[in-house]
Design a binder for this molecule. Sequence first.
Ligand SMILES: Cc1cc2nc3c(=O)[nH]c(=O)nc-3n(C[C@H](O)[C@H](O)[C@H](O)COP(=O)(O)O)c2cc1C
Length: 326
Amino acid sequence: MDGQVRDALEAAARASLRAPSVFNTQPWSWRVDGRFMELRGDRTRRLAVTDPESRLLLLSCGTALHHARVALAAAGWTADVERLPDARQPDVLARIRMTGRGDADPFAVRLADAIIRRRTDRRAYGERRVPPQTLTRLAFLVEAEGAHLHVVPDERVPELAVAVDEAADVEYFDPAYRGELNRWTHRPAWTGDGVPPSTAVRPSLRRVPARNHLPGGTAGLPAGPGGDEGAVYAVLHGHDSSPLHLLRGGEALSAVLLYATDQQISTCPSSEAVEVPWPRRLLRRLLADAGEPYLIVRLGYVDSGAAPPPSPRRPARETVELTGWQ
Ligand SMILES: Cc1cc2nc3c(=O)[nH]c(=O)nc-3n(C[C@H](O)[C@H](O)[C@H](O)COP(=O)(O)O)c2cc1C
């Protein structure tokens, strides 16, 4: 039994490595012991310019935590999750302890299957709209993770566009940001991280601008079939910007992305508007001050062309430490 527990924990840690993260920094590591696994945030991978307060780092770690939870549930394990278990070790973000074994959770099995298929799809989406009942289901999944999802009504998308545009302008003219972006979009292959040009898109006319990952460079993906007409924009938000709520926000983000992938919906997280204080305030206003905005998620369909290629990952030997192994 002990061996089974260990194997399941290790498999869950490995599955979580496919989780999305800001600039594909993968700012996490796992320590897997015989009976539990521990998620740590890796501050050496924080984006000092783009993410000085570690908000996006914590959201990213939350996605890895949710991926691991899904993998365990899909394998039939029940587990207790303690978030921020030790105030003296703030980088220990979560501890997962197995509590038992039952039948595989069929919904978790579907989400777990989506882990390897999910991609950040930066292309413009077509006219087809995500059905309202799917949006309701997504909002429900987000609530279950302790966060909220606000689907921006069409008439307020221009406000969202202004927020993103303002943030993009501020960042574009900041040499320190350009330097950071450049470092994470031009990584040597051996690092297994960063945003490769093959997954970036060239700028195109859209209702809401997409992050330009390669200013002056050549992106690998075509801009997309349409002008993003049918895309749905949703603001993921939560109670506040405490580490606990940001971590849970990341878990909610993962729930959205995996369920959308299961439903053949393309997704793209977008964080520019929360990276700069003034646009973030615009987003808060869009939420009528009902919560702290964490991130925007774009959802829609690309009805032609192959899916974007997968982005790289760091090898498990760097990110999953096995301790207490016989
Ligand atoms: C917190 C967070 C913020 C992100 N912000 C953006 C963004 O502003 N624009 C974008 O194109 N992708 C964004 N992404 C997606 C990441 O770039 C992507 O997850 C990473 O490059 C790995 O690629 P994959 O999602 O295809 O596996 C974000 C992801 C996370 C978790």
